[in-house]
Design a binder for this molecule. Structure first.
Ligand code: NAD
Length: 261
């Protein structure tokens, strides 16, 4: 088990990709702080399930990723509870689909805050401890939209391109300290985030639900299959393994061939 006696914070892990990463890390022996919103009973089921299934400790932080001080407090709480934060996954993210001229300014600000600035706050908070211990893994869930654009997703595409720049910069700063910093760029993964953008894409492009799934989403992926959360989580686990120790500043695509085109 590659994360035995290590601890991880995974933001946005009450659902989707983040929850799959949290569970995969727990399966490798890590204590986990999950984070995110949802119904209290669903969050408790996920948290208690991780503890029961994998025999690790699992805490939930309700920190709001739009608020820097809550992010810093979440990292401090995890350090206090577990003794260290060895692995940070910046995964929380939201989407909003609209032409630029109609894009609500507050939605732009919220997406940049959650999908980009939160990663800065969290990296800033974990760095002193990782440097002191001479080991750390920082992973961000970027997106195929960190490499290519799609119309009507200006804030998301801008934030995800920004995550790549932040990743490269942090990788250079932390390379001498045993800390690697990478991002994973999935194509379309079937999670609530994708499900929820279907109505707006139907409206902005004048398409049916089936047309959005087949002609917009899967049209981008030559494999014609959605990526699974577990496939993304497996790459995160690999990045924590000894084999990945010289990988830093990388952006790993898992997108069914989307960005090869
Ligand atoms: P999801 O909607 O299933 O999960 C998002 C998580 O973020 C949830 O736990 C939610 O509670 C949390 N969250 C949202 N706002 C938050 C806030 N202000 N503070 C704290 N937590 C907050 O989505 P997902 O598809 O699993 O997405 C996870 C990440 O993967 C995102 O960064 C997303 O951009 C990225 N991604 C998703 C896809 C996809 O197709 N699903 C593709 C590429 C990248």
């Amino acid at each position: 088990m590659i994360l035995q006696s290590k601890s991880a914070v995974v933001t946005g892990s009450t659902s989707g990709i983040g929850l799959a990463i949290a569970r995969a890390f727990a399966a490798e022996g890590a204590n986990i702080m999950i984070n995110g919103f949802g119904k209290p009973e669903d969050i408790e089921t996920a948290r208690a399930g991780i503890e029961a299934e994998f025999g690790v400790r699992c805490l939930h932080s309700p920190a709001d990723m739009t608020r820097g001080e809550e992010i810093a407090a979440m990292i401090a709480t995890a350090e206090q509870a577990f003794g260290a934060v060895d692995v940070l996954v910046n995964n929380a993210g939201i989407q909003f689909v609209s032409p630029i001229e109609d894009f609500p300014v507050e939605k732009w600000d919220q997406i940049i805050a959650i999908n980009l600035t939160a990663a800065f706050h969290a990296i800033r908070a974990v760095t002193p401890g990782m440097k002191a211990r001479g080991w750390g893994r920082i992973i961000s869930t970027a997106s195929a939209h960190s490499l290519v654009a799609s119309p009507f997703k200006s804030a998301y595409v801008a934030a995800k391109h920004g995550v790549v720049g932040l990743t490269k910069t942090a990788a250079l700063e932390l390379a001498p300290h045993g800390v690697t910093v990478n991002c994973i760029s999935p194509g379309y993964v079937w999670t609530p985030l994708v499900e929820n953008q279907i109505p707006a894409t139907m409206a902005s492009r004048g398409l049916t639900r089936e047309q959005v799934i087949n002609d917009v989403l899967l049209a981008a992926q030559p494999t014609k299959q959605f990526v699974t959360p577990e496939e993304v989580a497996a790459i995160a686990v690999f990045l924590c393994s000894p084999a990945a120790k010289q990988m830093t500043g990388a952006n790993l695509s898992v997108d069914g061939g989307w960005t090869a085109a």
